[in-house]
Design a protein around this ligand. Structure first.
Ligand code: NAD
Length: 476
């Protein structure tokens, strides 16, 4: 083990790490080096600086939008607000988006955006000014639009920021009938789709549930099949982490550890996610939750005993210096890039199953795709067929009751006659996507003995993007 750790102390930037994983997988594909170079390269990198008046001063804000791949349009990817934003990070996240979209069969190229700010430092009005200015910079350079590039929320942003962006875009493009489709993750009142807010966390849950449902894979880890009773630790209680925690908890997993930037808590008997969130609202911190052990350094929480560890905050949090102390048997990458290549090697050598980000957190982009489709079709999912389905179910039930002479209970009747609402269809599309893609990656992994799930996922993605390039005929 020591040699693995020593070997794994090399340092890579986030983008170099993604490239390294790509190179590892590319040898299992049939494409010539030129095609592989083209797939790997970031097609357009837009770095901007713009002035915004904050109080009595003018602040010059640094921001980015990177379009990694134009093999399918529009490009798609979130916008993050963080002081850690830099060109390397945005390029890495944009390339992960390309592979992610390919894995879940979402017909977009990858992109990502970022503004180098600490959003907590600004008032709502100031944040709105920064966001609107960023959106207008994107419009000026044709880096946003329903058929060009469609942003979404990411770390530090949410529905509110997406509303400001769509409003800015629509004001600058009067009469553009599909303007609402210029961004996803909007509130439902602004053209958003029901189920988008929780989509990434729900996708994380569906993906891990699928892994846990394969009995032979669980047996190799010394675990029983199924989610019920599995001990889970989650880092980050933002959009992705909170919703993932909620779905694990609601479906019988035991949340034993949680961490936030202020520290972490651990209780082997299990934590009630709803009560922890209430406790944080009341006290301003997750620390000092009754019955739990405190960790003033939140990262220490991840090293406690559990079956499943879900990092859902930021990149590079599990690396060469702490990977050897991780006790989980399964790591689900809910955040983008939470494990460095060093950590991958150390944990891989210990037999830990790592479910890669480019698959596991693809629920957000999958449901963003549904939102984009809704905006282009200008109709809510379920509007045309809900009542029709309910009438059909009623006719069938009536016939069955007539034939058997038995009546179902009122509760059963309500369930059986329920036609799909928008949120039912979105959940169903997401569940199907996460299950289908998991088995596609697993089959690739089984066909390439000795490779890990990340390499298998990259292989699947490279094959799809490479074939798209070939079909475009740009490599005569
Ligand atoms: P968010 O801003 O809603 O939440 C992030 C949370 O992590 C915050 O609560 C923050 O306080 C916490 N945090 C920050 N530093 C921490 C630390 N050191 N330890 C513990 N917690 C810490 O962001 P999000 O949208 O949930 O995104 C989280 C990750 O998921 C990012 O890597 C993002 O790229 C990825 N992701 C998000 C989406 C999406 O739909 N929002 C989709 C795919 C991937």
């Amino acid at each position: 083990m020591e040699t693995v750790i020593a070997k794994a102390q090399a340092h890579y930037s986030f983008f170099e790490g993604v490239e390294r994983n790509f190179d590892k997988a590319s040898k299992y594909t049939r494409f010539e080096s030129g095609i592989l170079e083209q797939i790997k390269a970031c097609n357009s990198v837009y770095r901007m600086k713009f002035p915004v008046r904050i109080g009595d001063n003018i602040e010059v804000i640094e921001a980015y939008r990177v379009q990694h791949s134009h093999h399918k349009l529009p490009c798609k990817g979130g916008i993050r607000y963080s002081m850690d934003v830099n060109q390397d990070e945005v390029m890495a996240l944009a390339s992960l988006m390309t592979y992610k979209c390919a894995i879940v069969n979402v017909p977009f190229g990858g992109a990502k955006g970022g503004i180098k700010i600490n959003p907590k430092k600004y008032t709502t009005f100031e944040l709105e000014k920064i966001t609107r200015r960023y959106a207008s910079e994107l419009v000026k350079k044709n880096f946003i639009g329903p058929g060009v590039d469609v942003p979404a929320p990411d770390y530090g942003t949410g529905g509110r920021e997406m509303s400001w962006i769509v409003d800015t875009y629509a004001s600058l493009k009067p009469g553009e009938v599909d303007a609402q489709a210029c961004v996803t993750g909007k509130p439902v009142s602004q053209g958003g789709v029901r189920g988008r807010t929780e989509a990434t966390g729900l996708g994380v849950y569906y993906g891990i549930r699928e892994l846990c449902n394969v009995a032979e894979d669980m047996q190799k880890l010394g675990l029983t099949p199924g989610i019920e009773g599995k001990k889970v630790i989650i880092q980050g209680l933002g959009n992705v982490g909170y919703h993932a925690a909620k779905f694990f908890f609601d479906n019988g997993a035991k949340i034993v550890g949680l961490s936030e930037y202020e520290g972490g808590i651990y209780d082997e008997k299990g934590l009630d996610i709803y009560k922890v969130v209430d406790h944080r609202k009341n006290t301003g911190s997750i620390l000092n939750y009754p019955g739990a052990t405190n960790f003033t350094n939140g990262a220490d929480t991840m090293e406690q005993p559990c079956d499943i560890l879900i990092p859902a905050a930021l990149e590079n949090v599990i690396n060469g210096s702490n990977a050897a102390r991780i006790q989980a048997k399964i790591i689900g990458e809910a955040a983008n890039g939470p494990l460095t290549p060093d950590a991958d090697e150390i944990l891989g050598a210990k037999g830990v199953v790592i479910v890669p980000d480019m698959y596991l957190n693809a629920g957000g982009v999958t449901v963003s795709y549904f939102e984009w489709l809704k905006n282009l079709s200008h109709v809510r999912f379920g509007r045309m067929d809900k009542r029709f389905s309910e009438n059909q179910y009623g006719t069938i039930l009536h016939a069955v009751e007539g034939l058997t002479g038995k009546r179902v209970t009122d509760t059963e009747r309500t369930l059986l006659l329920h036609g799909p609402d928008e949120v039912d269809l979105v959940y169903s599309g997401l569940e199907d996507t996460m299950i289908g893609s998991y088995h596609e990656i697993r089959e690739a992994m089984l066909s390439l003995p000795g490779v890990d799930m990340r390499t298998a996922a990259f292989t699947v993605a490279i094959n799809k993007v490479g074939m798209a390039y070939e079909e475009l005929g740009i490599f005569p």
